[in-house]
Design a protein around this ligand. Structure first.
Ligand code: NDP
Length: 241
């Protein structure tokens, strides 16, 4: 199948890395399905990207909405060749009961959301030799005092991905992308004020751009099928840990 006819499903396509990845994949000849909860944002992006883009409002914590999305991708785009599990939240702070709702939300979105999206789209990926891209993080390899549960979700993504890589090869290529600090709205959702301010200051000083990560994702999926970039760690040059 030529790159021109490939279809990529991107979760969290309404902002940041997901939005940039959608643009980059369309530029590389893909048709894209844009999934996110903010329908207005993905509608605007689909309109801008033209006929090759389909906006589908979906919440990765709601399996029914993912099933509806998969049916639309099958019917309207002929099925998915590539799935980019990108939707995520990073609700940092010192570990305490105060943020127990944040912990549940991170596990349900970052980890269980990716797992559910993948099992829902798996038959479509299997059909034509698929690519599965899991957006993890530097926090999938390291940990800091204020990111315990976020790191747990990203370490979880890495372990799950390594198992899937072995289970699904050679039909489906599994790739893990581990960004360092990227300038997006991710930090703005942190509910612990002091941690949000400190994280925003840290990111502002050294962050790379969503487009930088999008280019890496496009590079990875456009390699010959005989090879797979299994794990890609991308830090800003100035980021130490
Ligand atoms: P953004 O906040 O810009 O994007 C997050 C995206 O996830 C949004 O499009 C949001 O859409 C979507 N999302 C959140 N919850 C749900 C949900 N329940 N269902 C569907 N979509 C959801 O941040 P980034 O672009 O930075 O984050 C993208 C990924 O990159 C995340 O997995 C993050 O952990 C990872 N990452 C980011 C880094 C950074 O420094 N920015 C570093 C390392 C990893 P909507 O609200 O419309 O649903």
């Amino acid at each position: 199948m030529s790159a021109q006819r490939k279809v990529a499903v991107i979760t969290g396509a309404s902002s940041g890395i997901g939005e940039a990845t959608a643009r980059a994949l369309v530029n590389a000849g893909y048709r894209v399905a844009l999934l996110a909860r903010r329908g207005d944002r993905i509608d605007d992006l689909a309109a801008e990207l033209g006929g090759g883009a389909l906006a589908i409002q979906a919440d990765v914590t709601d399996r029914d909405s993912l099933i509806t999305a998969a049916e639309r991708v099958q019917t309207e785009l002929g099925g998915a060749d590539t799935l980019v599990n990108n939707a995520g939240v990073m609700l940092l702070g010192p570990f305490s009961s105060d943020q127990r709702d944040d912990y549940r939300r991170m596990v349900e979105t970052n980890l269980l959301g990716a797992i559910t999206t993948t099992e829902v789209f798996l038959d479509q990926l299997r059909d034509g030799g698929g690519d599965l891209i899991n957006v993890s993080s530097v926090a999938g390899r390291t940990a800091r005092p204020t990111n315990a549960v976020y790191a747990a979700t990203k370490w979880g993504i890495n372990g799950w991905s390594e198992s899937l890589r072995q289970a699904l090869q050679p039909g489906i290529r599994v790739m893990v992308i581990e960004p360092g600090a990227v300038d997006t709205e991710l930090t703005s959702h942190i509910t612990h004020d002091e941690t949000r301010e400190a994280t925003e200051a840290f990111v502002k000083d050294l962050a790379i751009r969503s487009e930088d990560i999008a280019e890496v994702i496009v590079f990875a999926v456009t390699r010959p099928r005989r090879m797979t970039l299994n794990e890609i760690l991308v830090r800003p040059t100035a980021q130490a840990g």
